[in-house]
Design a protein around this ligand. Structure first.
Ligand code: FES
Length: 238
């Protein structure tokens, strides 16, 4: 096979793979959205090893845009595929966790209720190990993502489905690939109810101060993963 044939066969292979991802591998209404392939790195630009992540610990990176935060979690237990619906009743099949024990998951950290999100100064939304202890709003289970703004609760082991509170749809999933040889993680797209347009509309001024003109730019190549407690000065636990 000469070079041209090789390139053409690769292109064909990539095309059929894309068709599979966009079609038969997912439920009828599901439309995973492909964004740039982005390697997850540490603050020095080195690829993070998935096995180095602490279980049940909040990590944050930004994807698919410079100002849109994502939670990365090693749940410490397998997260299996789950059927879900967006608030406009589009069905989709969340593929579950990745990695050797399928415990690695990622979800947009923008609350599906009123778009609360973690900033460097403050976060009302985060994963809580065990049960939250707020007597006003009892936890709907263990190991959930809680939004303290109005007490929506999401289960990250089941595609971030809503277990309590006013949110009308799961957190939008970020699709990950795990390279078993290199033990690296790559974000490839999203699945579920995206709220990025609403987010940019609601916080236009704030985001331009926080992230400058790059706020709406797509992340390219790499995205830095940080523990929430390093990224954010005041992570509120309700
Ligand atoms: S903004 Fe998160 S529950 Fe209202």
């Amino acid at each position: 096979m000469d070079r041209r044939e090789f390139v053409e066969s690769c292109a064909l292979g990539a095309g059929s793979l894309a068709a599979t991802v966009a079609g038969s591998a997912w439920a009828a209404n599901a439309k995973p959205r492909a964004y740039a392939r982005v390697l997850l790195t540490d603050a020095f630009g080195q690829a993070i090893k998935a096995s180095s992540l602490l279980a049940q610990t909040n990590y944050v990176f930004h994807y698919p845009f410079e100002a849109t935060p994502v939670f990365l979690l090693d749940l410490g237990k397998p997260a299996l595929a789950t059927s879900l619906r967006t608030r406009d009743q589009q069905a989709y099949q969340w593929p579950g966790g990745v990695g050797p024990t399928r415990s690695l998951v990622a979800f947009s950290a923008i609350c599906a209720h009123k778009l609360v999100y973690p900033t460097k100064d403050l976060s009302f939304i985060s994963f809580r190990k065990g049960a939250a202890s707020n007597p006003q709003t009892p936890s709907k289970g263990n190991d959930l993502i809680h939004c303290c703004a109005d007490h929506s609760q999401y289960d990250p082991a089941r595609g971030a489905r809503v277990l309590g509170g006013p949110a009308e749809q799961p957190l939008c999933a970020v699709l990950l690939e795990h390279d078993p040889k290199a033990d690296t993680l790559t974000a490839t797209g999203t699945l579920g109810g995206e709220l990025f347009d609403d987010f940019f509309k609601k916080y236009e001024m704030k985001l331009s101060l926080e992230a400058g003109p790059r706020a709406k730019q797509a992340v390219v190549g790499r995205s830095v993963v940080r523990e929430l407690d390093s990224f954010c000065r005041n992570a509120v636990r309700c």
